[in-house]
Design a protein around this ligand. Structure first.
Ligand SMILES: *Cc1c(COP(=O)(O)O)cnc(C)c1O
Length: 330
């Protein structure tokens, strides 16, 4: 499905891949009239992501636009429960909406429950099915599945109402596009998300959707390769003298490790790397590393923690690079 979804029909002479539909307006009398409502290239990407997550997908201009669209469905004064380790953009969005939206102290008080697992960047795991069971239908459960990808977990199968992604990350996979997507099985949610996309004007560019579609075709092979490398690196990092702690849930392409001695040696490790790229973001074909605590709003993260988004390079090249940099600062 990830390879064959969203393609035109198999008519002789038809293109195998969908074209980029670059138009702002449409001839009248059809289902679509204007480019802020719909686009065939979005649809092709949405078909693939919808199949991966097991629902209907709605694409957005960015991951944060998808997050905002979900949260903006709530009435004024609504309370949202978020885990303590949640994407800083989601936290900032809620802070910006105070008091129209409020962070709930207890899950039981919330009109919407937000889950992000594994968490960014401490890699804590939340049991989605257990959260769904404890909420018991009293509030919708939304899962930010950016870190795990639908190949790591399918939250809708576990009872979540909506899944959101920063498609900027693993889904598109090449660090060349900013895009988001939200997925649900509930037609009312899908309709609400489409309406918000159009009302907010948070629409993806057709070319961005095409790039993401091109990228998601290889998600399975990228995920398999990067996950295998992440397991190797997590095990070897845990043995390294310069590493105090490895944070790795046992699967997936993301991990974090705490460098002994804190911020100064951790920054020195990043400066010495020649293969691994110091940079924000994740999920690309290239391995990225970042000391998250240096960012405003990330003060809760241990100063020496380095987040590693494992790419598809040769794992021995990655290990040589990391171990040389760690040994030099140890
Ligand atoms: C990057 C990210 C987002 C925001 O997505 P953008 O595409 O950057 O707007 C949301 N959640 C998580 C977990 C992310 O990593």
């Amino acid at each position: 499905m990830v390879v064959h979804g969203g393609r035109p029909g198999r008519a002789p002479g038809a293109p195998v891949g969908p074209p980029v539909e670059l138009t702002s307006t449409y001839h009248q009398g059809g289902p679509v009239t204007y480019g802020r409502e719909d686009n065939q290239t979005w649809r092709a990407f949405e078909e693939v992501v919808g199949a991966l997550e097991g629902g209907e997908a709605v694409s957005f201009a960015s991951g944060l636009a998808a997050v905002a669209a979900v949260l903006e469905t709530l009435p004024v004064g609504a309370k949202v429960w978020i885990p303590h380790d949640v994407y800083h953009g989601t936290r900032r969005f809620l802070a910006d909406r105070e008091p129209r939206l409020q962070v709930a102290d207890r899950m039981a008080d919330a009109q919407l429950v937000w889950v992000e697992t594994p968490s960014n960047p401490t890699m804590e795991v939340i049991d989605i099915a257990a959260v769904v069971a404890s909420v018991a239908g009293a509030a919708p459960v939304v899962v930010d599945n950016t870190f795990a990808t639908p190949l790591g977990q399918r939250p809708l199968d576990l009872g979540a109402d909506v899944v959101v992604h920063s498609a900027t990350k693993a889904l598109s996979g090449h660090s060349d596009v900013v895009l988001g997507v939200a997925v649900s099985r509930d037609p009312q949610w899908v309709e609400a998300l489409r309406r918000r996309r159009s009302l907010h004007g948070a629409v993806p560019g057709p070319f961005e959707a095409w790039l993401a579609l091109r990228g998601v075709r290889t998600l399975a092979v990228r995920f398999e390769r990067a996950s295998a490398s992440a397991a190797v690196l997590a095990a070897r990092l845990a043995e390294h003298l310069a590493v105090e702690r490895v944070r790795y849930p046992g699967w997936g392409t993301m991990l974090a490790f705490d460098v002994r001695g804190g911020a100064v040696p951790a920054d020195a490790v990043c400066e010495r790397l020649r293969v691994v790229v110091p940079g924000t973001s994740l999920g690309g074909v290239e391995t990225l590393i970042e000391r998250r605590n240096k960012w405003l709003g990330e003060e809760r993260v241990p100063p020496g923690l380095l987040r590693l988004s494992v790419g598809i390079e040769d794992v021995e090249d990655l290990w040589q690079d990391l171990s040389a940099a760690l040994t030099a600062v140890a």
